[in-house]
Design a protein around this ligand. Structure first.
Ligand code: AMP
Length: 408
């Protein structure tokens, strides 16, 4: 189906064409017509499926002829888990609304609020915000919700993982009851459904199968390696294959800094992006990485959330993430919307539980490779598919002893 059949007006179709999009992705084909009817929607779709455009385009269509009536009012609110994602979504809004008279703003914490307040006074149609900063601004009466028509919860599972449930509920309580609600989440887990129930009446539910996002375009494989050999292995692969670009995920801030210095000692230049670095530094590093000036970026999961880089060819899981959905999110950074990419995970014996959970989530084993000279002393067993961590098994109470191992 072409974009022109989805019910979007010419000025929006024009900017879509300018982005080089030829046909809608499956989530866009399913979600756009539903949203345009004004119905509530909950959608299971991961990063990399084109989900942002699937809600932004119809929102632009519905809002395009009006504008906010009073200062500090907004007409659409998109809640996002991190500042990076908020910036990214707003970036997309700006691109898609190039030929419209709509205004948008990304609002997040960690930076001075003065400028954001000023923008709200000047008028904002679509606000993309992280929950904490939005509540702050609401409490300070810098933003009012009485003209709000549409609410989007983007990456709802992630917002719950990050502990935003109370903030989100407080925000929802303050919104006008008569509004359209859209929820996007990588998975529609039990907790996400509970959230959906409190916020969203009678939603249409759609999902795109994970297969359409991960498997076809992304070459996924793992290398078994001892933990203490991971940095040497990474240096070896970078040099041997002359990688031009790689986004390297690691679990901790400390680990990121250490890895950068280990690479440096081997003559490899990399930078680390994590929550300990200022917003300005993070933005600059991302810009340098996107432009190709910086080739290797080491990122903690939270900091890397929302990084959207066209044609990212390679993602490395230096540590395996927990929960397993994070793996899917991460590899969704590459091979986006048809482009090809590779996702390589370094797996040591310590990562075994996380590996079991990831492979169970994928429903298949990931191809294994051993690199000459890096064969592990501690063998990594083959996963049990359908693995259920102890604390999720029937009849067992959750307690800290049973918590699945977090890869460090
Ligand atoms: P998202 O899932 O929203 O993070 O989007 C993933 C990537 O796909 C982004 O880089 C978009 O620019 C791109 N994209 C979105 N829709 C399309 C489309 N219909 N055709 C090609 N690329 C797209």
């Amino acid at each position: 189906m072409p974009f022109s059949k989805l019910g979007l007006s010419d000025s929006i179709l024009k900017s879509v064409a300018e982005q080089g999009y030829k046909t809608p992705t499956p989530i866009q084909e399913k979600a756009i017509p539903v949203i345009l009817t004004g119905k509530n929607l909950i959608a299971a779709a991961q990063t990399g499926t084109g989900k942002t455009a699937s809600f932004v385009l119809p929102i632009l269509e519905m809002l395009r002829e009006g504008q906010t009536q009073r200062k500090k009012r907004i007409r659409a609110l998109i809640l996002a888990p991190t500042r990076e994602l908020a910036v990214q979504v707003e970036d997309n809004i700006a691109k898609y609304s190039k030929h419209l008279n709509l205004t948008s703003l990304a609002m997040y914490g960690g930076v001075d609020a003065k400028q954001q307040k000023q923008r709200l006074i000047e008028g904002v149609d679509i606000l993309v915000a992280t929950p904490g900063r939005l509540l702050d601004m609401y409490t300070q009466r810098a933003v009012h919700f009485d003209e709000l028509e549409i609410l989007v919860l983007d990456e709802a599972d992630r917002m719950l993982d990050m502990g935003f449930i109370e903030d989100i509920n407080k925000i929802i309580e303050r919104l006008p009851a008569d509004r359209q609600n859209l929820l996007f989440s990588a998975t529609l887990s039990k907790q996400v459904r509970v959230l959906a129930k409190t916020a969203i009446d009678n939603p249409v539910e759609i999902s795109v199968s994970p297969d359409t996002t991960t498997t076809p375009q992304i070459d996924q494989w793992l290398i078994t390696v001892d933990k203490d050999k991971k940095s040497a292995l990474l240096s070896h692969l970078i040099k041997e294959n002359q990688w031009d670009q790689a986004l390297i995920f690691i679990e901790t801030k400390h680990g990121a800094a250490k890895l950068v210095s280990q690479l440096e000692k081997r003559g490899i230049k990399a930078e680390a992006i994590h929550s300990g670095r200022s917003q300005e530094v993070r933005a600059q590093l991302l810009a340098d990485f996107k432009s190709g000036k910086l080739q290797l970026l080491v990122a903690t999961g939270v900091a890397a959330r929302g990084i959207d880089i066209e044609d990212l060819t390679r993602v490395i899981n230096y540590d395996l993430p927990y929960p397993p959905e994070d793996y899917v999110h991460r590899i969704g950074r590459t091979g986006r919307a048809g482009a090809s990419g590779e996702a390589i995970s370094f797996v040591s014996k310590d990562d075994f539980k996380n590996l079991c959970m990831i492979e169970s989530r994928l429903g298949h084993l990931i191809t294994r490779k051993e690199i000459e000279g890096f064969a592990p002393r501690k063998e990594v067993p083959i996963s049990i598919l359908n693995y259920v961590p102890k604390n999720k098994r029937n009849g067992e109470r959750q307690n800290s002893k049973n918590k699945p191992a977090k890869a460090k």
